[in-house]
Design a protein around this ligand. Structure first.
Ligand code: ZN
Length: 391
């Protein structure tokens, strides 16, 4: 099946102006001046995108696809994600991870779920491990997981500076970063060590020590949830200025100044003011993770499940509030994670890249989306269906 998206303004993420985009065999096979593509003797589905934006599908590199949580006991284990919910948020690629619970959630099930989502229509990779060190793996070591299992791009989310972490020593942490580095090199992967940062006072200490005391490049580790407090975020800015990549967790658009968290909009604004190059920033949803709230004594008082809606809304808010232009907003939500985690064919619109595309109207509402050329959303409605979904 051939599809021609006609007359949209293409952001690759660079603004390429008005182009026709031809999709064939799951790939972008041509990007041409309007009217320049001529096809005879084959059926072509035409999608008129005039007055619309055509942008890369979003890449969400921290999603609890199996469900996270469990911090309040077995009834608080969050549910598995559904393909429909991913598609509804303009996401075409996810990296799946376990979370606090590495006992009743397993790397094998994470891999199986990733494979299922892949067959259903979005592209997936996974991290080895859960919060803890030693890391639970598929093959016996993080290094061999990264080298031998195509979908494993690194280890994560490993928890630091958090009461739920395994309280690893610096040596254990540095050794894990080394496993990721060498595994990545031998496997031709990014081999990123993706780190959950809690609200503990040690903050990014281990990451700064890694840069100072070892030969491991700063780009090997990516801290996430760095907008969970102003103090942590101040250190994250410093880490990014040193050359590191930092990851923001999506959330409510407006957060009162009395709350510890920073919204993505505010954090991005501070990154710009703080001289952080746009390539050093990614945003993720933490989708289907739990959002536990603990009191001062560490007792769980509230729990809800994170969705991916905030992720898409934060992306739109950055543009609508003129914090970033569309071109720059697409970087932390698509181009940067694809580059940081070395996801082939992802994050950009160009010939021979995967046909992961969104069509957005002028208010950035999602009209249509394609995952490897397959229609996920059509005329504003999610059309992809999971195996066990009805209607
Ligand atoms: Zn986390």
């Amino acid at each position: 099946m051939l599809t021609l998206i006609r007359g949209g303004r293409v952001f690759a993420p660079e603004d390429l102006g008005t182009k026709d985009v031809l999709i064939a065999g799951g790939k972008i096979s041509a990007l041409a001046a309007p009217g320049a593509v001529r096809i005879e003797g084959a059926d072509v589905e035409i999608l008129d995108a005039s007055g619309m934006f055509v942008v890369p599908g979003l890449v969400d590199s921290h999603v609890h696809i199996l469900g996270g949580g469990g911090e309040g006991g077995p009834t608080t284990r969050a549910p598995e994600i559904r393909i429909e919910d991913i598609a509804a948020c303009g996401i075409t690629t996810v990296i799946g991870c376990l979370g606090t619970d590495g006992v009743t959630r397993h790397p094998e099930s994470l891999l199986a779920k990733a494979r299922a989502l892949d067959l259903e229509g979005v592209s997936t990779w996974v991290f080895a491990g859960s919060y803890e060190i030693p890391v639970r793996t598929l093959t016996g070591s993080v290094r061999s997981d990264i080298i031998l299992i195509d979908k494993v791009v690194g280890a994560g989310e490993i928890a630091l500076s958090d009461h739920r972490s395994s309280q690893p020593s610096f040596q254990e942490f540095a050794r894990l970063a080394a496993e990721c580095r060498v595994g990545g090199m031998l496997g031709g992967k990014a081999g990123i060590l993706h780190l959950h940062l809690g609200d503990g006072p040690r903050r990014l200490d281990f990451l700064f020590r890694l840069v100072r005391e070892t030969e491991i490049p700063i780009g090997q580790v990516v801290p996430t949830h760095v907008n969970r407090s102003r103090e942590l975020f101040a250190q994250a800015l410093e880490f990014a200025r040193l050359g590191g990549t930092i990851d923001l967790t999506a959330g409510a658009e407006d957060i009162p100044a009395s709350e510890p968290d920073l919204s993505v909009v505010e954090a991005v604004r501070l990154c710009r003011e703080g001289g952080v190059p746009p390539a050093r920033l990614t945003v993720t949803s933490d989708g289907n993770g739990s959002l536990p709230v603990f009191d001062a004594t560490g007792k769980l008082v509230r729990l809800s499940v994170a969705g991916q809606k905030d992720f898409f809304e934060n992306f739109r808010a950055l543009v609508r509030r003129k914090v970033l232009g569309l071109e720059d907003a697409l970087k932390p939500f698509a181009a940067n994670p694809a580059a940081v985690y070395k996801l082939p064919g992802k994050g950009r619109i160009a010939a021979d890249m995967d046909a992961d595309l969104l069509v957005l109207d002028k208010d950035l509402n999602l009209r249509d989306s394609f995952g490897r050329g397959r229609r996920l959303v059509a005329a504003g409605r999610v059309v992809v269906r999971g195996t066990f979904s009805h209607s």
